[in-house]
Each structure stands twice: as C-alpha cells, then as structure tokens.
Ligand binder design. Structure first.
Ligand SMILES: Nc1ncnc2c1ncn2[C@@H]1O[C@H](COP(=O)(O)OP(=O)(O)OP(=O)(O)O)[C@@H](O)[C@H]1O
Length: 235
C-alpha cells in the first residue's frame, strides 16, 4: 500500500464536451509516493485540466488514472469526491476558501468532512490543535487570524489558509495550481519552502503547477506538460 505511486496515469485522453477538441492526450505520467514534482507548460497546455482529472473533479474520456493506489477514473462522481476529500489536499488558483467561515474553520474543514483525516489529527491533539499548528508553521499566527473572515486577509494570507487546509489530516497527495502567482519573489520562496517541508513531514507527494521555472530546483523533478501532452499535435 505504501509503495503505490501517488499518481499513475495511462493512455489518458480528455475533452470538455463530446464534440469538443481533445485537450489532453498523455501516454504515461507517474508521480511516486512522497515525490515532489514541478509541472510547467505553456499557457493552455492543459495543466489545470490535468490537475482536475487527477483530483477527480472530471473523469477522462479514455484511459486510466490511479491515485494513491485507488482507481480514480473508474469511480462514480460521488466516490471521486469522497476520495478527494479523504486522501488529497488541493490548493486552487483562487484558493476557494469558504467566505462565510473564519480562517481556522476553513483550515479544519477536511478534518470535519473526512473521518480518516479527522483521525489523522488525533495524534496532534485534534483538528483544532493541528489547524493551529499548521497555521503557525505557515507563518499565519492563529492567535491573530483564527477568527478572521477570508475577505479580511491579504492574498498571501489566504494562500496560507488554503495550504494549511490542504495539508491537514496527512493527505497522501497535495495538488497545487499556481498558488504563488500573486506573490512577490520573497513571499513566494518562503511559502514554497514551507509547503515542501510540510509535505515531506507528512509523507505527502506534491504536484505543483507554476509558470515560474525558477522554482523548479526546489523539487525532485520537473515535468513539461507541453512535451507530454500530444493533443492537437499533427502526427
Ligand atoms: N471549462 C472548459 N471548457 C472548455 N475548454 C476548456 C475549459 N477549461 C479549459 N479549456 C481548454 O482546455 C485547454 C487547456 O486548458 P488549461 O486551463 O488546462 O491549461 P493551462 O495549461 O492550465 O493554462 P494556463 O497556464 O493558462 O492556466 C485550453 O485549450 C482551454 O481552452
């Protein structure tokens, strides 16, 4: 079980609608358990689409996607949602924080929705203690910001809430889609180092999408989706 790759994708094709063009066509892509992979690629090369497929938000038109040893692409929509909630941490471009919940409650959400992630927090003293620890680690002081509504936080602070929420309850895989695009270089480097450290501490694999190639050296490996995705290429 621990040896299962975090992501294993074989012969995957995807289009957004039945008669729409194929936007993703990939023979193979694999991320090992605990591996940190930097995913780059030209705008429109399909990075967000690939993350959406791995997260189970969409299902491929053809092919197979396994996530943490589970057959994500074979599951119903409801089961894909459950697998995502139980085993994945996802940081979206716009963070998707719930605006009516304060920061601390946003961080705790996965531990509330998933029994597995709630249980994983027990060793740390429960979901609230773990949420506070993660916020502190990500340099967002919970004494000051626990009760803040997201709208009162800066973009960088919202990003830290989103990262803490993705990391809570030891997910096996963290997917991050351009989470640093709104930050200056210093804030971006600091955030990325913390994210990588926390993934390493909990044994999570990390698939991190960015246009900023200067970040690639922090990862085990960099992958260019423009090379892997053959959709739209003439044979
Ligand atoms: N909801 C959608 N409906 C139809 N087509 C879409 C949709 N989302 C993306 N596409 C198309 O799929 C292709 C890949 O888009 P995607 O957003 O995955 O690329 P990306 O590499 O993440 O781009 P960027 O770096 O600009 O964020 C593009 O041609 C885009 O027009």
């Amino acid at each position: 079980m621990s040896a299962a790759p975090a992501i294993s994708l074989t012969g995957v094709r995807f289009s957004y609608a039945r008669k729409a063009p194929v936007v993703l066509d990939m023979e193979r892509f694999e991320v090992a358990a605990g591996e940190k992979v930097f995913l780059k690629g030209a705008s429109g090369s399909g990075k967000s689409t690939l993350l959406g497929l791995i997260a189970g938000i969409m299902a491929p038109t053809a092919g197979r996607i396994e996530v943490l040893g589970e057959p994500m692409s074979k599951l119903s929509g409801g089961k894909r949602d459950a697998l995502r909630a139980e085993r994945l941490g996802v940081i979206f471009q716009m963070f998707n924080l719930l605006p009516y919940l304060p920061a601390g409650a946003n961080v705790m959400l996965p531990a509330r929705f998933s029994a597995r992630r709630g249980k994983a927090c027990e060793a740390a003293g429960g979901a609230e203690a773990e949420a506070r620890r993660l916020m502190t680690r990500l340099q967002l002081d919970p004494k000051q910001y626990w009760s803040s509504p997201p709208i009162e936080l800066s973009v960088g602070q919202q990003q830290r809430v989103a990262a803490a929420r993705a990391l809570i309850g030891r997910p096996g895989l963290v997917l991050a889609d351009e989470p640093t695009s709104a930050l200056d270089a210093d804030a971006r480097d600091a955030f990325l180092s913390l994210l990588i450290e926390e993934c390493a501490a909990s044994g999570a694999a990390l698939l991190f999408v960015s246009h900023d190639g200067s970040l690639a050296s922090k990862f085990d490996r960099a992958v260019d989706l423009s090379e892997l995705n053959t959709a739209g290429r003439s044979a």
